[in-house]
Write a protein that binds this ligand. Structure first.
Ligand code: UDX
Length: 439
């Protein structure tokens, strides 16, 4: 292709988090992109330049910058006409059994015409074996697995600077895998070319491993509490070992989000369906569930019964820089607190609008300060940077009882104690009772 030749048009099916980032970033790489979604309202908003359906730093700018190469539609025909590569980015939520719901993927496959001109490039997270199952139904289909590893909150950066790009080609789909590699070539990243099943496993195994790392450090944190160690120091010391690495060793009140809970569960189910009992993942899931609940005993240690107590939650989203509430620890935590008879008041800088329906009996405050007014305890649930900037002396004055449970080990315990708080972290030395001096 000459330097000035127009790049091939790309189709993207599903304009959720992964789909919209994919579409906008490919447009930024000079491809014309036709992005399709069945949600008419969402498509209309994207067409008219309205606010994006999710909070993702930097994404509105990428969409705007590349708008002339981006077309949004509800009609799959508009993709099929002109786009050979169809990136499938529809969601695959867990079913009641823990298996992934592949009905949206199946709907996409059924709409791709026979003849082999198009290629389906799977970006949605699917259980290993999905590609093979699709190809049994549609042996004519050029199928490529190209899992996405982006993180919400840093999605644009992660998409454009991935640690690796995984491309698994189905039988007869080498041409399509080459075309996908060509699309990613400007990013100049490490390519992993493989078969479809291996590519699928790379995604599931990576997410399950990261979730395991989090549950592991959370269990270490729980042991630290018993022996008076500080898990943040322990993690730092562990992370300097290059074989371990410092990332995903932050102890807290458990992982959430649209990927880890779903993918760990999907891998466990997948193993079970092939007759293998994935023992380790059962523990990863159980530790994560218990971790959310351990906060309650940290509160009762100071407050006794929680009946009638006013408990403030700072942050609701499953992590900062997103408004995503899927599998957020705040959901379990607020329900548990209410189960103990507490009154829950919450503040999140962006997730409030999504959270309202999910947390019908929680009071929403318009600021952190308002949430803390008259509270018997505050739990830092999501480590939004603005919470580090609060005037904690003033916050202590506002509360009926200045007790803080730092669910993300985000704040400086010494500073909080100086401000008058009883500080409880996760796996850090705590105040047994009333505020201590730092002497
Ligand atoms: C994750 C994967 O990182 C990404 O590669 C995949 O594509 C999708 O799933 P995401 O869910 O956006 O991304 O968020 P991530 O930053 O990985 O955090 C997941 C959860 O783990 C959050 O709830 C976070 O608070 C928690 N976490 C993360 C910890 O509790 N401790 C850590 O050390 C890291």
């Amino acid at each position: 292709m000459s330097a000035n030749a127009e790049k091939p048009a790309i189709g993207v099916v599903g304009v959720g988090w992964v789909g919209l980032v994919t579409a906008a970033c490919f447009a930024g790489l000079d491809h014309r992109v036709v992005a399709m979604d069945v949600d008419e309202g969402k498509v209309e908003t994207l067409r008219s330049g309205g606010a994006l359906p999710m909070h993702e730093p930097g994404l509105p700018e990428v969409v705007e910058r590349n708008r002339e190469r981006l077309r949004f539609t509800t009609e799959i025909a508009e993709l099929l006409d002109g786009c050979r590569l169809l990136f499938c980015c529809v969601d695959t939520p867990p079913t009641y059994s823990g298996d992934a719901d592949l009905s949206r993927v199946a709907a996409v496959v059924s709409q791709i015409p026979k003849g082999g001109w198009h290629a389906l490039v799977m970006k949605s997270t699917v259980p290993a074996g999905t590609g093979a199952a699709i190809l049994r139904q549609r042996p004519d289909l050029a199928y490529v697995s190209c899992p996405e590893f982006l993180k919400e909150g840093s999605a644009v950066h992660d998409f454009l600077e991935p640690d690796r790009v995984v491309i698994g080609a189905g039988p007869g789909a080498e041409w399509a895998a080459d075309a996908v590699a060509e699309v990613y070539a400007p990013l100049d990243r490490e390519l992993v070319r493989s078969d479809v099943a291996s590519a699928e496993m790379i995604k599931l195994a990576s997410n399950a491993f990261l979730a395991t790392k989090i549950s592991f450090i959370n269990e270490i944190a729980n042991v630290c509490e018993g022996v008076g160690a500080d898990v943040t120091e322990v993690a730092r010391g562990m992370g300097l070992d290059e074989r371990i690495g410092p990332k995903f060793l932050h102890a807290g009140i458990g992982y959430g989000g649209s990927c880890f809970p779903k993918d760990v569960s999907a891998l466990k189910m997948l193993a079970g369906n092939t007759g293998y009992h994935f023992q380790l993942l059962n523990s990863v899931i159980e530790v994560n569930e218990l971790q959310k609940r351990r906060v309650i005993s940290k509160l009762t240690k100071h407050l006794g019964s929680l009946v009638g107590k006013r408990i403030a939650l700072l942050g609701l989203a499953f992590k900062p820089n997103t408004d995503d509430m899927r599998e957020a620890s705040s959901l379990v935590l607020s329900a548990r607190l209410q189960g103990e008879g507490a009154r829950v008041v919450a503040y999140d800088p962006v997730a409030d609008s999504h959270a309202g329906d999910l947390l019908p009996s929680v009071d929403f405050a318009l600021s952190a300060a308002a949430a803390l007014e008259g509270a018997d305890a505050v739990i830092l649930v999501t480590e939004w940077p603005e919470f580090a900037e609060l005037d904690w002396e003033e916050m202590a004055q506002r509360m009926a009882n200045p007790l803080l449970v730092d669910g993300r080990n985000f704040l400086d315990p010494a500073r909080l104690r100086r401000a008058g708080f009883s500080y409880e972290g996760i796996g850090r030395p705590s105040n047994g009772g009333p505020p201590q001096s730092d002497a």
